[in-house]
Design a protein around this ligand. Structure first.
Ligand code: ADP
Ligand code: MG
Length: 228
């Protein structure tokens, strides 16, 4: 599903170049459930943003489902992102003045789906994350865990092949984190490839594979005997 060959990424300012990814080789197969771990500044978000076509890279090749994702126009990038990728952020990124269902439905609005169908689909996806009864609530009327579940429903409504999540439980307490991880597990069991960034061992332990990043390089790759 995802193949990264010698991916390098540097940020240049007028006087310096900071190399953040220093040659990443990584293959993630369809249906995997993987965690990316590493200390702060090791390049986890940079790597995830490249996989999510939110950011470009300097050197190497990124193949997503066999398509080379490189030097795309904004339109092409948006096309592949909409076709393939769901993205979940640590801070949920919900629109505060929109209800739960309107937030979930938002990607369909951009796809010009009519309002009735948008609402029906949003309700179905809210149901999948256990929040059907909260559809009319605004984000600030929901707990952190509920807000993240709304964000997950929003990421799934376009039926992505890959779900990427950058520290999705980073703002949640451990009980709520486990509820959110349960949803990722269910999503994965439906055949969607799930890749999440975390620095929490107990969260990574719920994934089937752990990729460790250090100073812009992969330093470890372990496949769990059985994910809990
Ligand atoms: P992590 O998610 O593992 O904490 P990041 O991928 O966010 O790490 O960042 C890796 C390094 O790249 C950090 O040193 C960070 O300061 C730097 N960095 C990230 N984004 C930018 C940017 N837009 N411009 C310059 N440096 C950046
Ligand atoms: Mg980060």
């Amino acid at each position: 599903m995802i193949q990264l060959n010698n991916i390098r990424k540097s940020y240049r300012t007028e006087y310096t170049a900071l190399e953040v990814l220093k040659g990443i080789d990584l293959t993630i197969e369809t249906g995997e459930f993987a965690a990316i771990m590493g200390s702060s500044g090791s390049g986890k978000s940079t790597l995830l943003n490249i996989m999510g076509i939110l950011d470009d890279y300097t050197i190497g090749e990124y193949y997503l489902a066999g398509t080379l994702i490189k030097d795309l126009s904004q339109t092409q990038a948006a096309y592949y992102r909409n076709q393939m990728i769901g993205f979940v952020f640590q801070s949920f990124n919900l629109l505060s003045f929109k209800s739960a269902w309107e937030n979930v439905a938002l990607p369909l609005y951009y796809q010009k789906v009519d309002r009735k169908k948008r609402k029906d689909m949003a309700m179905a996806y809210l149901d999948k994350v256990g929040l059907k009864d909260w559809a009319e609530h605004l984000p600030n009327q929901l707990s952190g865990g509920q807000q993240q579940r709304v964000a997950i429903a929003r990421s799934l409504i376009t039926q992505p092949k890959v779900l990427l999540a950058d520290e999705p439980t980073g703002a949640l307490d451990s009980t709520t984190s486990y509820e959110v991880m349960k949803i990722f597990k269910e999503v994965n069991e439906q055949g969607i490839t799930v890749i999440l960034v975390t620095h929490e061992n107990d969260i990574a332990a719920k994934c089937k594979r752990v990729i460790r990043l250090k100073d812009g390089l992969i330093e470890g790759n372990t496949v769990a005997a059985s994910a809990s």
